[in-house]
Design a protein around this ligand. Structure first.
Ligand SMILES: Cc1ncc(COP(=O)(O)O)c(C=O)c1O
Length: 313
């Protein structure tokens, strides 16, 4: 019999159809839909790996509280896993994180502490450090930005799944950057398995952006797990571009997803167009970190001018 934790990973890989219709047939784009994890996002993987690692190393047991800073999805994942294991979870997040995310964390029984919205995810990191320092003995701090179990989750699960699902045909891998765990871990596995695979980071093109979950690395506290040697290149994506693509994914592909999926897809289309100009074949795999339900009241979906209605009769 499965438990809810057994459902983490083995997410579906789907081929994009309509947005890519004007590309040559030998250039294909695929999205790995991480929303199919039980907590609804890619972060279930690192959360499970970090918690298991903490237990194995004797740093976490049922008498401790899991404490972390999170822009939302890791919090949801930690809260869900904590609930299944009977472990308390305390989360620090910027006050402006969407209401849906806050409510989901609370539903799983987590306690929330808010940091200054103007300080973004860095403000949450600093506040969580302060809380930890006040009483380190009672906490287990997974510290997703610096915990090697975060990229290891992807090296051991996401990477091998992509390799298997494409039967080794993947030529390009694209992930957006938050903690960088997805890109670094999956990229490491794929590069080691076939060094010809191009690893591409999609990141917001400016420090002040509206793509939830993502970081503009140069202007942020650089995560300890970030390894710039893994990716071959970075592509900057504007907030408007990411939002437009997110809306298109819903209305043209039937994929209701978060803004960081739009960011990865926009980067995927840039790469695809470059390859089309050079007349090269490619199988481009993008990570779609989560679903769109949590963002329905945020500008990406609140503004109906972005909707692309079908043009049939
Ligand atoms: C919605 C969303 N997209 C993308 C990411 C980036 O993933 P990673 O932290 O593995 O870089 C995150 C998490 O940080 C996220 O919550």
């Amino acid at each position: 019999m499965n438990t809810i934790l057994d459902l983490i990973g083995h997410t579906p890989l789907v081929q994009l159809q309509r947005i890519t219709a004007d590309l040559p047939e030998h250039i294909r784009l695929y999205a790995k839909l991480e929303r199919f994890n039980p907590g609804g996002s890619v972060k279930d993987r690192p959360a499970l790996w970090m918690i298991r690692d903490g237990m194995e190393r004797g740093l976490l047991d049922r008498n401790k509280i899991i404490l972390d800073s999170t822009s939302g999805n890791t919090g949801i994942a930690l809260a869900m896993i904590g609930a299944t294991m009977g472990i308390r979870v305390r989360l620090v997040m910027p006050g402006n994180v969407s209401d849906e995310r806050k409510r989901i964390c609370r539903a799983f029984g987590a306690e929330l502490i808010f940091s200054d919205p103007l300080e973004g995810s860095d403000g949450a990191i600093i506040k969580a450090r302060e809380i930890y320092r006040e009483n380190p003995a009672i906490y287990f701090k997974p510290d997703q930005y610096n915990n090697p179990a975060n990229p290891r989750a992807h090296e051991e699960s996401t990477g091998p799944e992509i390799w298997q699902d494409t039967a080794g045909r993947v030529t390009h891998f694209i992930a957006s950057l938050g903690t960088s765990g997805t890109l670094v871990g999956t990229g490491r596995f794929l590069k080691r398995t076939n060094p010809a695979i191009e690893i591409i980071a999609a990141e917001p093109d400016s420090p002040f952006h509206g793509i939830e979950g993502l970081k503009h690395i140069e202007s942020s506290i650089v995560p300890g797990i970030y390894d710039a040697s893994v990716h071959d290149r970075k592509i900057g994506i504007g907030t408007d571009e990411a939002y437009d693509m997110t809306q298109k994914l819903a209305s043209q592909e039937g994929i209701l997803c978060g803004q960081s999926c739009g960011c990865a897809m926009a980067a995927g289309m840039k790469v695809a167009r470059e390859l089309a100009e050079r007349d090269e074949a490619a199988e481009i795999v993008m990570i779609f970190p989560d679903g769109g339900e949590k963002y329905l009241t945020t500008p990406v979906f609140a503004d109906s001018s972005r909707v692309h209605y079908a043009e049939g009769i």
